[in-house]
Write a protein of this length. Structure first.
Length: 432
């Protein structure tokens, strides 16, 4: 009976069972199979002092994995033997009792396995005998381990094809068999050649969760690829999901400047195989719109104004377009018609008119050249043509500098106009 005081029998509960606590601890580490079904499990010993020999047996499930070999990690264990019964799933590590005491605190072996079934396998100690001086048995604390398979992606993100005029929020969703991993959504702008991790902003929410939300997707997101990076013991990547953002409008009209007697052409483009168009004009800075007040209704992609009256200078045009995403139809951005005579009120080289900084925070600087002195009117309109600011500018011949306070303007796109006594000079767009 005296012998049994030193013998240890292990019964396992939830992977861990501790014998009488002792300074020696023998630990099996949990290993995860990441690639090629190969996994290595370290065996470590803590405070393995005064040990002259040992016999250690552990069990694994041979129906899940096959033992492929071992590596000795501590020089004191060179010459020890490791054997395996791959039918029963038993590995035995043995050092005969001799006169050389082991003093180890760290890794002692690495056991290598090859997975033959996609399932987790427990690694459990069957029996461990440490022998002290004279062959006396020494107790140890035993900690079991496991071989774990990586999480499986059970639901991949699915590509989305949406329209800007109907989509408010879209989601990409991923589901895995393990909830203990970290998630990070990524985007590629070059068909998957390179990837960037998303950060939360006005368009992206849930970038570190299983559900990525894209708020108000825009046309510049068209053909973006998205995927989820799953990090943990192993790193996995989901399938890629393509975002296609469609719009009724694929071509916007732009402001047009002509001389008296000239011809102005405004063009819009619709998506799909049979887009429809209806042009509208505003004579009151965008307050009201009509499709037939000045000319018969135009239902073609382009509207051509031949020799329009000088009084039409400053009128606004837009087009209602029904395309791939209709209904409902979309309305293009507003474009202005400007008509001017050649003279001091006409700046023909737009490169000599500069706005900076653009985008602007508060103070907008305007630099422009005039062939001779004259009185100009400076005005700022929003993209819908609504007048927001106006003032007179006394220009000198040559370079003129003007600073404009834009602090009261909300964020958006604006058009700055310089007007002479009767005729248009130049216009520039800026962003705040």
């Amino acid at each position: 009976m005296e012998e049994f005081k030193y013998r240890f029998l292990m019964v396992f509960v939830c992977l861990l069972l501790f014998a009488q606590l002792h300074a020696q601890t023998l630990r099996l580490t949990a290993g995860t199979v990441c690639t090629d079904g190969i996994v290595s499990v370290p065996v470590s010993a803590e405070n393995m002092q005064g040990i002259y020999g040992f016999t250690m047996r552990l069990h694994y499930d041979p129906g899940i994995m096959t033992y492929t070999g071992y590596n000795v990690l501590n020089p004191q264990l060179y010459g020890t033997t490791v054997s395996c019964d791959d039918v029963l799933g038993v590995i035995q590590m043995e050092k005969p009792v001799d006169t050389n005491a082991l003093n180890i605190n760290g890794y002692i072996y690495v056991l290598n396995f090859s997975l033959i079934s996609s399932a987790n396998s427990l690694l459990t100690w069957d029996s461990v005998f440490f022998y002290g001086s004279g062959g006396t048995l020494i107790l140890a604390t035993l900690i079991n381990g496991a071989v774990l398979v990586p999480p499986v992606i059970t639901q991949q993100p699915i590509g989305q094809n949406i329209c800007t005029n109907t989509a408010d929020t879209i989601t990409f969703f991923i589901q895995t068999t393990d909830t203990l991993h970290q998630y990070r959504w990524q985007v590629s702008y070059n068909s998957g050649v390179s990837w960037l991790s998303l950060i939360p902003d006005m368009h992206y929410q849930g970038v570190q969760t299983k559900i990525l939300r894209i708020i108000h997707p825009e046309l510049n997101m068209h053909n973006n690829l998205y995927r989820c990076k799953i990090s943990g013991a192993c790193t996995l990547y989901s399938d890629t999901a393509l975002l296609q953002v469609q719009s009724n409008i694929i071509l916007q009209p732009h402001d047009t400047v002509i001389d008296v007697g000239g011809t102005a052409v405004f063009t819009a483009g619709g998506s799909g195989s049979a887009p429809v168009y209806l042009w509208e004009v505003s004579t009151d800075n965008g307050t009201s719109w009509s499709s037939d007040a000045l000319f018969p209704a135009v239902t073609t992609p382009s509207i051509t104004l031949v020799n329009p009256p000088l009084a039409w200078s400053g009128y606004l045009l837009r087009c209602i377009v029904g395309g791939l995403c209709a209904p409902p139809a979309d309305t293009t951005q507003v474009a202005a018609l400007w008509i001017g005579n050649m003279g001091i009120n006409r700046i023909t080289d737009h490169a000599h008119v500069n706005l900076y900084p653009n985008p602007v925070q508060s103070k907008l600087n305007l630099a422009f050249e005039m062939p001779q002195a004259g009185l100009l009117t400076l005005s700022i309109c929003n993209i819908n043509g609504n007048l927001l600011l106006t003032e007179s500018v006394s220009a000198t011949a040559g370079l003129n500098l003007k600073t404009i306070d834009t602090q009261t303007l909300p964020h958006g796109l604006y058009i700055l106009h310089l007007l002479g006594d009767t005729n248009f000079c130049v216009h520039k767009k800026f962003v705040k």
